[in-house]
Design a protein around this ligand. Structure first.
Ligand code: SF4
Length: 435
C-alpha cells in the first residue's frame, strides 16, 4: 500500500478504499454535518427540493444545528432564520440542536462542536461554514461546503470529494511567551498568500505544534481557509485524546490516523518558532503581513477580542494577563465564543481576580457568546464597526466591510498583541509588557 498523508488516509477509509491519491474523486461517507442560522435555511431548501417535502435526513444523530451568527439582534430576517432551524429540528427530531434562549445555547459553531463532543480523530466533518476546518485540530478531515452540497449530504450522508494534495508546515522549537498560535498562522498566510494553499490540505507538525494546547491548535487549523486550504489538520496525540474522550457525544468509537513515513507532500516549510516575532495582518487581507515591530505606534480606535479563532479561554487568559490592573485607552470589546467560554470568564483567575473582573476593571465591554461583530452583521450587533474606524482584532478576516463599515480598517493579531494595543491606543508590541 502506498504511503499516505493523514488526509488521504481519512478519505480512503471514508470511501471504503484501501488507498487514495491526490486528485482522485471519492464518495466519502460523512460522520457529522453541521449547519447554522445563516446557511441552514438554504440547505434545508435544497434538501426538500431534491428529496421531497416529507424527506427525512439520512441520520438525525449526525446532523448538528448551531445558531450562532446573527443571534442577539432585532433584525427580523435574522430572527426568521433561527425559527427555520427550530422548525427543521422539530420536524426531523434532530438530536443535537443548540437553540438560542435555552440552556443548550452554545454560541460559535466551531468551538461548540468540540465542546459538545462532535469532533473525533479520523472522522469526516462537514459544515456550511468556511471555518469548519477548525476541527482539523482533532486529527480529522473537516471542511466547509456550500448549501447545495450540504442539502445533498442531508439526504444521502455522502459527498463527492476530490482528495487534496498535502502541504506540510513544521513548527520546531519552543514558543516564546510573547507568541501565540495566531502569530504562527499569520506568518504562514503572509508567506504563502491567501491562495497559497488553494484546494490543498495544510498539515501542521513538529514539537512546536504538539506543545500547543487544543485551543491553540484550533486557532492554527481555523485559518487554513485564509490561505485557501481545503482543510487544516494536526495528528491526534494524548492532548487530543484527553479532550475528546471526556466529551465524545454518544461515546462513538473512532480511529485516529497518522501520516505514513515517506508520504508525499506538495510543499514543505519549516519554521523555528523560537526565532519568530509577533505578527500582524494589515488591512485589507489576512496575507498583508507585517511584524508588529514594523507597524508599532499606528493609531487605533477600537480593540476586539472574540470569534472562533480568537475568543477561546486561552485567548482571554492571555489578554487578561496584560490587562490586569490597567486601563484600556480605546473602546475594547470582549466576546466569548461560547457559553462555556463565557462561564470560564468567571471561573478562570488572573492575579486572584476572575477574567471578567479584570476586563471590566480595565474598561472593556463584554458581550454574549456569539459571532458578534466578526462578520459585521445587523447594525445593532455588539462591537460592529459602524463607522470608518481602525480596529485591531483577534478575528480571522479583514477584507473591506468584514466587520461592518466598508472603509473601516481591521488589523488581525494575537490576543496578546490586541491587549497590549488596547492599553496603548496604538499598535503595541506585547514584548514590551511581558519582559
Ligand atoms: S466567529 Fe467569525 S469566522 Fe467564526 S464562524 Fe462566526 S462569523 Fe465565522
Amino acid at each position: 500500500m502506498p504511503a499516505m498523508t493523514m488526509t488521504e488516509k481519512i478519505l480512503a477509509r471514508a470511501s471504503g478504499k484501501s488507498s487514495v491519491a491526490p486528485g482522485e474523486n471519492v464518495w466519502a461517507n460523512v460522520d457529522v454535518l453541521m449547519t447554522h442560522d445563516v446557511c441552514g435555511p438554504g440547505t434545508f431548501g435544497v434538501f426538500k427540493k431534491e428529496f421531497g417535502k416529507d424527506a427525512k435526513v439520512w441520520d438525525r444523530e449526525k446532523v448538528v444545528l448551531i445558531p450562532d451568527h446573527y443571534i442577539f439582534t432585532k433584525d427580523a430576517m435574522a430572527n426568521r432564520n433561527v425559527d427555520v432551524l427550530r422548525q427543521f429540528a422539530k420536524e426531523q427530531d434532530i438530536t443535537y440542536f443548540y437553540d438560542v434562549g435555552t440552556e443548550r445555547y452554545k454560541g460559535v459553531c466551531h468551538i461548540a462542536l468540540p465542546e459538545e463532543g462532535h469532533t473525533r480523530p479520523g472522522e469526516v466533518l462537514l459544515g456550511t461554514d468556511s471555518h469548519t476546518c477548525t476541527a482539523g485540530a482533532f486529527g480529522e478531515f473537516a471542511t466547509g461546503i456550500g448549501n447545495t452540497d450540504a442539502g445533498f449530504v442531508l439526504g444521502t450522508g455522502k459527498l463527492w470529494l476530490k482528495v487534496p494534495p498535502t502541504m506540510r508546515f513544521v513548527f520546531k522549537g519552543n514558543l516564546p511567551p510573547y507568541l501565540m498560535a495566531k502569530d504562527l498562522i499569520l506568518a504562514v498566510i503572509g508567506d504563502i498568500g491567501v491562495d497559497g494553499a488553494t484546494y490543498r490540505a495544510m498539515e501542521f507538525d513538529g514539537d512546536g505544534v504538539y506543545a500547543l494546547n487544543i485551543e491553540e491548535r484550533m486557532t492554527l487549523c481555523n485559518m487554513a481557509i485564509e490561505a485557501g486550504g481545503k482543510n487544516g489538520i494536526i495528528a491526534a496525540d494524548q492532548v487530543t485524546f484527553d479532550y475528546v474522550n471526556k466529551r465524545n457525544a454518544g461515546q462513538k468509537p473512532y480511529q485516529a490516523v497518522r501520516t505514513d513515513p515517506g508520504a508525499t507532500f506538495a510543499f514543505e516549510k519549516v519554521y523555528d518558532v523560537s526565532k519568530l516575532e509577533p505578527v500582524i495582518a494589515k488591512p485589507h487581507s489576512p496575507d498583508n503581513k507585517a511584524f508588529v515591530s514594523e507597524v508599532k505606534g499606528t493609531k487605533l480606535d477600537r480593540a476586539y477580542i472574540g470569534s472562533c479563532t480568537g475568543g477561546k479561554l486561552t485567548d482571554f487568559k492571555a489578554a487578561a494577563e496584560l490587562l490586569n490592573g490597567k486601563s484600556v485607552k480605546i473602546d475594547t470589546f470582549v466576546v466569548p465564543a461560547t457559553t462555556e467560554v463565557a462561564r470560564g470568564l468567571d471561573t478562570e483567575k488572573v492575579g486572584g481576580k476572575s477574567l471578567r473582573e479584570v476586563f471590566l476593571a480595565a474598561g472593556a465591554k463584554i458581550g454574549d457568546a456569539s459571532c458578534a461583530a466578526c462578520l459585521g452583521g445587523p447594525s445593532d450587533t455588539f462591537g460592529r464597526l459602524n463607522t470608518p474606524i481602525s480596529c485591531i482584532s483577534t478575528t480571522n478576516r479583514n477584507f473591506p466591510g468584514r466587520m461592518g463599515h466598508k472603509e473601516a480598517k481591521v488589523f488581525l493579531a494575537s490576543p496578546l498583541t490586541v491587549a497590549a494595543s488596547a492599553l496603548a491606543g496604538t499598535i503595541a508590541d506585547c514584548r514590551d509588557l511581558l519582559v
